[in-house]
Design a protein around this ligand. Sequence first.
Ligand SMILES: NC(=O)c1ccc[n+]([C@@H]2O[C@H](COP(=O)([O-])OP(=O)(O)OC[C@H]3O[C@@H](n4cnc5c(N)ncnc54)[C@H](OP(=O)(O)O)[C@@H]3O)[C@@H](O)[C@H]2O)c1
Length: 317
Amino acid sequence: MTLGHNGPQVSKLGFGAMRMSPVWGGPAREEKESIATIQAALDNGINFINTGDFYGAGHNEMLVGKAIKGRRNDAFISVKFGAIFHGGQMLGLDLRPIAIKNFINYSLMRLGVDTIDLYQPCRLDNSVPVEDVIGTVADLIKEGKVRYLGVSEITAAQLRQANAVYPVSALEIGYSLADRQIESELLPTAKELGIGVVAFANTAEGLLTGNMTAPLPANGYHHHFSRFQGDNLVKNLEKVEVLKDMAADKGFTPSQLAIAWVNAQGEHIMPLVSINQRSRLQENMAAMDITFTADELNTLNTTFAPGAILGSTYLQR
Ligand SMILES: NC(=O)c1ccc[n+]([C@@H]2O[C@H](COP(=O)([O-])OP(=O)(O)OC[C@H]3O[C@@H](n4cnc5c(N)ncnc54)[C@H](OP(=O)(O)O)[C@@H]3O)[C@@H](O)[C@H]2O)c1
């Protein structure tokens, strides 16, 4: 697909590397398998590799760097910056121009590259004017350290503001059957402005995998969010049964259908999927070939109408 107006050619399936590293604490995944998985994705023509400088305090970028060593041109590297972590907690954002100019040098070093293909603030807040954040990335593009500008998790108004400062090639945003609130304003704005959409959390943090059962352990990560608690979770999983039945009828997994639904939303929309081990690669690639009949789409769109999934997660904005 083309990423944005006259943008670069990238694979329609994006590779999310985040979960290979300890973002929220805990151990990293086995390094050999992680590197082999990234390389297998590249071998299969998946060139869009998504990372962030705060994914495991640089661990994720170093992994990607090792995986692309000697084959830089096979990969299109997307890096997020700006999140400040301490002890497995996100403390806030640092989007000051002076900080961004510092961050990029560390990212280039960890990745072992001269240029980052897509560079993006992970969020925006009111601490630094949008013009200054975007203007700094535009300066890095002029310097040759960055090729394209991206943004992540922002509002339609911020997207217009950013795009007015410098053309935005890609918007990274959570999107799935369970999280459709961006359809009312943000998606149409991205389309109008010719901005590619890199859609993550297609499985809605595991809800749509069909593997979740209620109740979830009270000490787990999911339990922080009302979507995964009590009656909400019970009712939400009833809806997932519809996806499970359709998946069984079509001979696929619910996760594959969840990815395929995102893929079906438009030529300019890329499903960005965490592919943590080689055994998941073929399954997620096969999801890109799934098509739906009008009846099937209608069933999914009705069952998972915007607002149908109860309770919130960090993806509600
Ligand atoms: N901009 C942002 O704010 C932001 C936020 C979050 C993520 N991201 C990016 O987007 C990428 C994807 O996001 P995500 O990890 O939240 O969502 P996701 O792709 O839906 O993955 C969530 C989990 O689903 C499981 N999974 C993936 N494919 C599967 C399959 N075919 N069958 C069953 N389970 C499957 C994986 O778990 P297991 O393999 O462990 O079973 C994975 O860890 C990340 O890697 C990251 O690069 C960006």
